[in-house]
Design a protein around this ligand. Structure first.
Ligand SMILES: Cc1cc2nc3c(=O)[nH]c(=O)nc-3n(C[C@H](O)[C@H](O)[C@H](O)COP(=O)(O)OP(=O)(O)OC[C@H]3O[C@@H](n4cnc5c(N)ncnc54)[C@H](O)[C@@H]3O)c2cc1C
Length: 523
């Protein structure tokens, strides 16, 4: 250890969106910010530049993060208009609307059933043992039927963050940062308001201070850039380039609407509904009092005016009088998200389009990497190298996973879908995997599982939701347990009926949990 290095005693986070406040909470909790001798965590945010305010769907890891920082689940649901998300329903991704064949598939968060000693079900499903027309997610999990029937993933009496099914949340993104801010302050985070307009470097090219328009000079040992797409520290000041993923993933625009329910008792969907359209896809997210609906599209394949028409057509008469929020997206990531004494977290580090909700999940990953690898001794280089390798690897894997949703399409009705299936747009790493999976199913040894955000099962649900034609004939001798597999499929069918009887309607569950939520401090 270099004894002349300064110890790291203070962290300044610049930016107060989801990335800034989630990082602040995780660091404060892990580093004992409020306690004597703890590392001081400060966060400065502009009162003039708003947060992006979209991103209403999460990934199951968020339950662990909320529990880690000490937020109560019921309070989270009540204050964020939160609801449960059990997966994603993909509509019209494989074939154009109205074509013969299935028009949707489901990517559930619960894993395929695997009872100890029972055969792995995927090969038998591929060989038709689950019965004709039974989709992979329905044949191997209970969750597809529960979501179709509008059920929640748990009973109200189940413990916080626990449930019969695996789940994440839908929530009001505008409010997330506000609740996390209050909670962060209670954990000892110092909250400052100011517009950073100058970043001062030292003689080694590291950040020495940030200056605000209001005249404050803020110094820390380590800086976290959470300024969103502006990337004020990591990009504009330190010059870490953004590697565009635009040749692979084309969507670079979004239009978002907040659509009220027709009545207070309208059922709430407990999956994100992702409907493919001529030049992108529409998200439809059920919150407690409204839906969040948005069109993510490629400006190379449609105009903003046409995109708005498509979105309005989808929403119908409820869109009358609503004005969409228009966003430009930088799709890509920085190879170096940690440079000298500055770490980028959130949109400043990268963004892969919103299908599969990787945004908040990546913030959680980055915040925990920083907290658990915290360079107390000021030796940034080795920690930065590991951090950069890990984050770059994770982004690369997400790009492949997301591209798989598009490139397996059989749609040829618009240039957007044709271009998405063009081999030149598919990363070599993904092509290699797809080639192997023509003759055998994906298994966990195909993946460095710590690097992957999405489990092998998620790859399977999407691959076979898109009806990928894996041919098992060459290895058929390895699957002699068809009778057992058929019994498993039948058992899953019966259990899903029982789960339907057992679990409450989604809206009723949310309302019951919110009614029992503890009041926030001072309320
Ligand atoms: C269309 C779209 C849909 C998305 N959907 C999802 C989804 O479903 N699920 C998901 O997980 N993620 C989603 N995301 C990503 C998600 O929205 C972001 O990852 C998340 O909100 C984090 O944003 P952020 O905090 O990095 O940036 P922002 O919310 O933009 O916050 C930036 C902060 O920096 C501050 N700031 C900027 N400049 C300065 C300055 N000069 N001085 C002081 N402060 C400054 C601002 O005031 C603000 O507080 C989506 C993103 C988009 C664009």
């Amino acid at each position: 250890m270099d004894k002349s290095s300064p110890a790291v005693r203070s962290v300044l986070i610049v930016g107060g969106g989801t990335a800034g406040w989630m990082t602040a909470n995780v660091l404060a909790r892990h580093l004992g910010a409020g306690a004597p001798g703890g590392v001081q965590i400060s966060l400065v945010e502009s009162s003039q530049i708003g947060i992006i305010g979209v991103g209403e769907a999460s990934f199951p890891s968020i339950r662990g993060t909320l529990a880690f920082i000490g937020l109560d689940e019921a309070r989270f649901l009540r204050e964020f208009e939160g609801t449960f998300k059990q997966g994603i329903t993909f509509v019209d991704w494989l074939r154009p609307p109205g074509s013969p064949g299935a028009n949707h598939y489901f990517h559930p968060f619960s894993l395929p059933s695997q009872r100890p000693g029972a055969p792995e079900l995927l090969p038998y499903w591929l060989m038709g043992q689950a019965g004709a027309g039974r989709a992979f997610a329905e044949a191997t999990t209970l969750q597809k039927r529960l979501v179709d029937a509008g059920r929640g993933p748990k009973r109200a009496s189940d413990g916080a963050f626990a449930g019969t099914m695996n789940y994440a949340y839908h929530f009001n993104a505008g409010r997330l940062a506000t609740l996390l801010a209050g909670h962060g302050r209670s954990l000892g985070v110092r909250h400052l308001l100011g517009n950073v307009d100058r970043v001062q470097l030292d003689e080694h090219g590291a950040i020495a201070a940030v200056h605000t328009r209001e005249g404050a000079e803020l110094r820390a040992d380590l800086y976290v850039d959470c300024t969103g797409f502006r990337a004020l520290l990591i990009g504009a000041t330190l010059g870490a380039p953004l590697r565009s993923a635009g040749d692979t993933l084309f969507n670079d625009r979004a239009l978002a609407l907040q659509v009220p329910y027709p009545s207070g008792d309208t059922p709430i969907a407990s999956s994100t509904i992702a409907s493919a359209r001529e030049a992108g896809w529409i998200w439809d997210i059920g919150l407690q009092e409204r839906r969040g609906v948005g069109y993510v599209y490629s400006s190379r394949h449609t105009s903003d005016e046409r995109a708005e028409e498509v979105l309005r057509e989808y929403v119908g008469t409820a869109a009358a009088g609503l004005v969409p929020n228009a966003l430009k997206l930088n799709i890509g990531y920085r190879d170096r998200q940690w440079v000298k004494n500055c770490v980028a977290i959130g949109l400043s580090g990268g963004f892969i389009e919103p299908i599969e909700s990787s945004g908040v999940g990546l913030i959680e990953t980055a915040a925990f990497l920083l907290a658990f690898g915290f360079p107390f001794d000021g030796q940034f280089e080795p920690v930065a190298r590991r951090y950069n390798d890990f984050m770059r690897g994770r982004y690369e894997r997400i790009v492949d996973f997301v591209k798989m949703h598009y490139c397996l399409t059989r749609r040829t009705d618009t240039a957007f879908w044709v271009d998405n299936a063009a081999p030149a747009s598919i990363p070599a790493t993904l092509r290699e995997l797809l080639d192997m999976w023509r003759w055998r199913t994906p298994n966990r040894l195909d993946f460095l599982t710590d690097l992957e955000m999405y489990q092998p099962a998620s790859w399977q649900f999407v691959l076979y939701g898109m009806e990928y034609p894996t041919q098992l004939a060459a290895g058929a001798a390895a699957f002699p347990r068809a009778a057992e597999a058929r019994r498993e499929f039948e058992m899953i069918r019966q259990l899903s009926q029982r789960a339907l009887d057992d679990l409450p309607a989604h809206r009723a569950l949310v309302e019951r949990l919110c009614a029992g939520a503890e009041a926030p401090a001072g309320a």
